[in-house]
Ligand binder design. Structure first.
Ligand SMILES: O=C(O)[C@@H](O)C(=O)COP(=O)(O)O
Ligand SMILES: [Zn+2]
Length: 211
């Protein structure tokens, strides 16, 4: 994809995510990586009203080249790019149900999203909760570094989900699925739920490799 098409894709996905209520106000951020540069959403921007010309462009070391000032969550996004070299895009949202799980005291910090349906296993995998750090703080870097080799998606404690993937489309599909799975897990709380068993999960992991 050329730069203009990538810019359009960020704007299109941002608008779609915002209009479907998957992140509100100026919350959430998106970045993409190419061989030569990064594009990121500007800090304090609304994902629903992005301007392709004003997206932040960064060189391959993360230095700001053009556009508005980048999201303050660059340290968080770069933790994924550094630890998962196959990463082509990172998406962070404040989507309601995944954020609710990030706030619930009894969410399993090693495995926050119960495997209720195959799609979450195929698209997202096991999702740990990363201990709370202030939004924008570099303190999150060692915490992500610890787990990003194994996990492409995490919940930031009392904050929300963040997902990395090889392409922007697949990062968006994954964070949408994470949100749906979080919603299912919350609306079925207190009910007799049948989760996928370990054999079914292993079979999915074998057939659908996560990157
Ligand atoms: O929660 C926060 O403050 C950030 O993680 C966020 O979602 C928006 O920050 P910016 O991308 O810097 O606007
Ligand atoms: Zn946030």
């Amino acid at each position: 994809m050329n730069e203009a098409a990538l810019r359009e894709a960020i704007v299109r996905w941002g608008k779609s995510l915002f209009e479907r209520g998957l992140t509100a106000g100026s919350s959430g951020n998106i970045s993409v990586k190419t061989t030569d540069f990064y594009l990121a959403t500007p800090t304090n921007s609304c994902l629903g009203f992005l301007d392709p010309e004003r997206l932040s462009k960064l060189d391959s070391d993360g230095n700001h080249l053009s556009g508005d000032a980048p999201t303050k969550e660059l340290p968080l996004h770069f933790s994924f790019y550094e630890k998962r070299p196959q990463t082509g895009a990172v998406v962070h949202l404040h989507s309601t149900y995944a954020t609710a799980l990030s706030c619930l005291a009894d969410t399993d910090p090693k495995d926050a999203i119960p495997p209720l349906t195959p799609y979450v296993v195929m698209r997202v995998g096991k999702v740990p909760v990363v201990p709370y750090t202030r939004p924008g703080s570099t303190d999150v870097k060692p915490l992500i570094a610890e787990i990003a080799g194994e996990h492409s998606a995490v919940l930031l404690e009392n904050h929300g989900p963040i997902v990395s993937a090889t392409t922007l489309d697949s990062a968006v599909f994954a964070i949408e699925e994470l949100e749906e799975a979080a919603k299912l897990s919350i609306i079925t709380r207190g009910m007799k739920v049948r989760q996928l068993n370990s054999e079914q999960i292993a079979d999915l992991e074998k057939h659908f490799k996560l990157r």
